[in-house]
Design a protein around this ligand. Structure first.
Ligand SMILES: Cc1ncc(COP(=O)(O)O)c(C=O)c1O
Length: 445
């Protein structure tokens, strides 16, 4: 069945869309029907330049034959295999290949890999491993987590609890015993910073304050996105992550980096761990792991944490945790082919080559109507607009619709525009994104 034709549209009534204003969308739908390279095609036949790598995941671009062929072959060979008390070689192969490029290199020891089905599952997995680790080393009172305001860690109860987005939290009960660091967004001191902002490393001392408040012996782990993505590209101030690492280590608190967005080359290094040179104890990933082609997540776990749990009777399951789709063979096949492309095309470091031109092009938007801050790092940008009085988010939403109608997909969160094109982008794509966005920003009022 082809939907590349407006007359073939199915009923819109039954699909309850995620994170979408369903009624608004269904009144004026925006449909994508195919994709190749840097472009989608909409159901009215227009090319739409992908300024967001789908949802921060299609790092190698769309329609990669190497991946789709690997998936097709795997489907025909072993479509599914149970992962509890059973194995299949692909999962071990994929984990070994991931270990070879693990965050921080061999010295960091983050080379034990737990597979999940998504970023949210990776986050819940990392939180559970942290608790299990503390218990295994005789620190069973450490059950508390510290997250950060404006953090996004997916939608599981663990993730929304450590996350810091009010709309994701206000309706739902939270995990007990979670507290939050303040966020690091400080436009008064850091507006229009290029790369890492100068001011705010001292905000990491919030962890020290929370230790003083709750007692270190109650805290299992602190989790942050090295660069907060979903709440509008909040780049950490110089020295902040180093300071957080130092305080966490001093108090026996595990540090979790949520690299669901920053993992697999987004910043110009394979992982944010490599970019910042700060080594956490666990790293959560998903998205770019399989180029978004098949849902999958992976948690990189340090040997220290892993080995502490490999104790007790050999016949005992060490961690009571896992998913039906952990290490799914088809997802592993997609992931292996994805890693091959990343390696062959140098994509895990390509954003570093583009970052200078990207930064210049995006910062040229300064001075356009309503633009109050711009942030860039690697191949990511956040462009913050002044909110219309009484209508927060409306201005950026209008820019999003304008860009889509004029052939570029951007992403908005509140009144912040987030850009993160596939890592195969060429300078001409960057020019097109900026040109269309400039025109949109001139049009929205
Ligand atoms: C940092 C971070 N963690 C977790 C998630 C959740 O991932 P998923 O939507 O695959 O569950 C996301 C998704 O955007 C994310 O950006």
């Amino acid at each position: 069945m082809s939907y590349a034709n407006l007359s073939n549209r199915p009923s819109l009534d039954h699909y309850w869309m995620p994170f979408t204003a369903n009624r608004q969308f269904k009144a004026a739908p925006r449909m994508l029907v195919s994709a190749e390279g840097m472009h989608y095609v909409s159901d009215d036949g227009r090319p739409v330049l992908d300024g967001t790598a789908g949802l921060w995941c299609v790092n190698a671009g769309h329609g990669r034959r190497q991946i789709t062929d690997a998936v097709a072959r795997q489907l025909a060979t072993l479509d599914y295999a149970p992962s509890f008390q059973m194995g299949h070689p692909l999962a071990f192969d994929f984990a070994e290949r991931l270990a070879r490029i693990a965050p921080g290199g061999a010295a960091a020891g983050l080379d034990r890999v737990f597979f999940t089905g998504s970023g949210s599952e990776s986050v819940d997995t990392a939180l559970k491993i942290a608790i299990a680790y503390q218990r295994a080393i005789g620190q069973g009172t450490r059950t508390r987590f510290i997250g950060r305001e404006r953090g996004y860690h997916g939608v599981g109860f663990g993730g929304i609890s450590v996350g810091g987005i009010v709309n994701n939290r206000r309706v739902f009960p939270q995990l007990p015993g979670v507290d939050h660091l303040r966020h690091t967004h400080d436009p008064a001191r850091n507006a229009f910073a290029k790369g890492l902002p100068e001011h705010g490393a001292e905000l990491a001392d919030d962890l020290e304050r929370l230790v003083a408040l709750h007692g270190a012996e109650t805290i299992a782990a602190v989790i942050v996105e090295p660069v907060a993505g979903s709440t509008g590209v909040l780049v950490p101030p110089k020295g902040y992550l180093e300071r957080l690492r130092e305080i966490a280590t001093r108090h026996g608190i595990l540090l979790i980096f949520d690299e669901v967005i920053t993992g697999f080359g987004r910043l110009g290094a394979p992982f944010a761990v490599d970019y910042f040179g700060v080594v956490p104890d666990l790293v959560t990933t998903a998205k770019g792991l399989t180029n978004g082609v098949i849902p999958m997540g992976a948690v990189f776990v340090s040997r220290k944490v892993h080995d502490a749990l490999m104790t007790g009777p050999e016949a005992a399951i060490e961690l009571f945790h896992g998913y039906t789709y952990s290490g799914h063979p088809v997802a592993c096949a997609a992931g292996i082919a994805t890693l091959e492309i990343y390696e062959e095309e140098g994509l895990l470091t390509r954003a570093a080559e583009l970052a200078g031109a990207w930064q210049d092009a995006i910062h040229a938007l300064k001075g356009l109507p309503h633009v109050i801050d711009i942030r860039t790092i690697g191949l990511v940008a956040g462009i913050e607009l002044e909110s219309r009085p009484g209508a927060a988010g409306a201005r950026a939403y209008n820019a999003f619709i304008d860009c889509f109608q004029n052939g570029v997909l951007i992403r908005v969160t509140g009144d912040i525009i987030a850009l993160s094109p596939p890592l195969i982008a060429e300078p001409s794509h960057i020019d097109e994104i900026v040109t269309r966005l400039t025109a949109a920003l001139r049009r929205v009022h």
